[in-house]
Design a protein. Structure first.
Length: 642
């Protein structure tokens, strides 16, 4: 046995025993050391870069490392085997998906505006924006020798009197009963109950002293393949109490859902994947949110989870291999009677877990929740809703019909499959322009810090600018030379956005021809999915009157650049609207409005799901779209005119 010590930025070293020939990435996983491995450890992405400080590793040089980097100790964890005691440095960029938890500044109007606008839109659509949970204050008579009614009957009788609901229709669960004795006496028999009404029945969820002013709280969570985004919400007022995001710890088992499904089928895999999202991601994020908002976890009475079909299954610890196998049948589309405690989260014992409904194996609750927010179901205009994430999901229609589909865009929109890609957090380049003559870039970096990598919105800008400036051709090959163009020994070119000597980082922030090719495939998947779905209905892109683009890939998308690279149809730019993280916003609406929650389930039931793998035309469309902007230039007249 050998001793492996991992040194992490801002954390105590982690030491673990390992056997000879054991894979270093597997050792890190066992030690719960977060190392980004979007390719799930097959040596394809080059992101699990670590530095051997001292000791021995069996780790040959590979295409992701230069000779200079290798001599400086840099290795890929997935391509390294234990050969002796070793000390390994894990740079911040390798664990950025996990370590960069971000708490939103709720004093910023921009942080809460989307939820205020959503509330207004739903009210205008005729929804009551209120939860079915409420406080009910009751004053009980104190027991005497002449009045020995037991505590539970005394409370239920008081609720019956206050509401008119018959005694036998008032439910008092065990979790409330076990603390009832002392609550009644400590409050001098003046209490407020947290109740829910279900038809003619009332369930008592909690009993508190009337002097307790804790808010009634709900938790809305978007479970993305790469990123989690959560909200703590006052269920009476709709006020956002805390807002946070963090990386999904599952990413070290692969950036895409297929790799994670495969990992989940290994011995103990389902528990590993569930623990990665629950214990390593959600619980730490919640702890920070509780502290920021001064919330008692027992006061959280409902949780809404919106994620794609695979993420829903993995969060619930369910078997999900059939999702990737024909005929693509998941364990559920809709669920009922699941509690937060069932997945290991500590909230109120009676807090239920509402999972936004799935539509198909690759169109999940994040899309049904997002469709609600897009409001395309409430308008006669033919509209397209696009959610850009590790998968690309689309919904097309209006108030008469809705059709959905999903395409395997890969993780490029969230920084995966891109050598310097990262999610939209501090240090990510989210926008850029390039001077056509000098080839010098102007960068916008999240957090105003030195650039560490580049997120989805920045990659869209970068490729559009490289194409506009003639630095790359339609195939994505670099065709100009200059100080920011470097080539390896095989002639593959890279464009450097930020030099290591200027940023103080691990390496230059750059994009190479393989990265560009990966992104061209991702944008090609989105465009070909759009055209295939439209053609299946007898339409072409000219009928689209509104396009709503969602996804947490940056603070916004330059729609003109997205059209320039052929990701979106060439229609008037004022048709496009960026609506941010619609999955999180939809989860918020489901939390706050019983009618909105019902509407999401109705949308899921009524939406037609198009399986693109069964559409013969899709692959031809995809191949044609893997060019800048497209092999058929006539589809993009505005780009030709530039």
């Amino acid at each position: 046995m050998f001793t492996i010590t991992f040194r992490l930025t801002g954390s105590e070293p982690v030491t673990i025993s390992a056997t000879a020939e054991e894979n270093l990435l597997d050792v890190a996983r066992k030690a719960n050391v977060a190392i980004d491995a979007p390719c799930s450890g097959n040596g394809a992405c080059g992101k699990c870069r670590v530095r051997l400080v001292k000791g021995l590793l069996d780790s040959p040089i590979n295409r992701h490392l230069t000779t200079e980097e290798y001599e400086a100790g840099w290795r890929l964890a997935c391509c390294s085997k234990v050969a002796g005691d070793a000390v390994i440095e894990v740079p911040d960029i390798a664990s950025a998906y996990r370590s960069r938890m971000k708490m939103a500044d709720l004093e910023s109007p921009q942080e809460v505006a989307i939820f205020e606008n959503l509330r207004r839109q739903l009210v205008e659509a005729g929804f009551h924006f209120q939860s079915d949970l409420e406080f009910l204050e009751v004053n009980l008579t104190e027991p005497t020798t002449d009045d020995t009614m037991p505590d539970n009957e005394r409370l239920i009788r008081a609720v019956e009197e206050a509401t008119g609901v018959p005694y036998d229709s008032v439910v008092l669960p065990y979790s409330v009963l076990k603390d009832l004795c002392w609550v009644l006496r400590e409050s001098e028999w003046k209490v407020k109950c947290v109740i829910s009404r279900d038809f003619e029945r009332i369930q008592i969820r909690d009993v508190l002293p009337q002097s307790n002013h804790d808010p009634m709280v709900g938790f809305a969570l978007d479970v993305g393949t790469t990123t989690l985004a959560g909200l703590l919400v006052d269920l009476q007022t709709g006020k956002i109490l805390a807002k946070a995001s963090c990386g999904n710890g599952q990413i070290r088992y692969g950036a895409d859902v297929i790799n994670r499904i495969i990992e989940s089928e290994k011995l103990g895999g389902r528990k590993r994947l569930q623990d990665a999202v629950i214990k390593e991601s959600i619980i730490p994020m919640l702890a920070q949110m509780y502290q920021t908002a001064h919330i008692n976890p027992r006061r959280i009475y409902r949780m809404v989870l919106a994620g794609n079909t695979t993420m829903n299954h993995l969060a619930l610890g369910l078997y999900c291999d059939p999702i990737r196998m024909e005929p693509f049948v998941p364990s559920f589309f809709r669920t009922r009677y699941i509690f937060v405690r069932d997945i290991g989260l500590r909230m109120n014992p009676l807090a239920e877990l509402v999972v936004a409904p799935n539509i198909g194996s690759y169109v999940g609750g994040d899309i049904t929740a997002g469709t609600l927010v897009s409001m395309i179901w409430n308008s006669p205009e033919l509209s397209l809703f696009i959610d850009l994430g590790t998968n690309g999901e689309l919904v097309f229609g209006n108030n008469e019909f809705l059709m959905s589909c999903a395409c395997s865009a890969g993780p490029a929109f969230e920084g995966g499959d891109i050598s310097c890609g990262m999610r939209a957090t501090d240090g990510a380049i989210e926008a850029c322009t390039i001077d056509k003559d000098t080839m010098e870039p102007t960068l916008t970096v999240i957090g105003g810090v030195a650039p560490v990598g580049i997120c989805g919105s920045g990659i869209i800008d970068l490729i559009a600018e490289l194409f506009r400036c003639g630095i790359i051709n339609g195939k994505g090959k670099i065709v100009r030379e200059g100080p920011r163009i470097v080539r390896d020994k095989h002639g593959m070119g890279s464009y450097i956005l930020a030099f290591q000597k200027d940023t103080g980082g691990v390496k230059d922030v750059s994009i190479n021809e393989v990265d560009i090719d990966n992104f061209i495939r991702a944008k090609g998947a989105i465009f070909s999915a759009t055209t295939t779905m439209l053609s299946s209905l007898g339409f072409d892109p000219s009928v689209i009157e509104r396009v709503y683009v969602a996804g947490g890939i940056g603070s916004g998308i330059n729609m003109k650049n997205a059209v320039t690279i052929g990701m979106f149809p060439d229609i008037p730019l004022d048709h496009f609207h960026y609506i941010g993280n619609s999955s999180q916003a939809g989860a918020y609406a489901m939390l706050m409005s019983t009618e909105a929650r019902t509407k999401v389930f109705d949308l899921a039931r009524s939406m037609t799901y198009l399986e693109l793998s069964n559409e013969p035309r899709y692959m031809d469309e995809f191949v044609a779209a893997c060019f800048l902007p497209h092999t058929d230039a006539s589809l993009f007249p505005s780009v030709q005119q530039e």
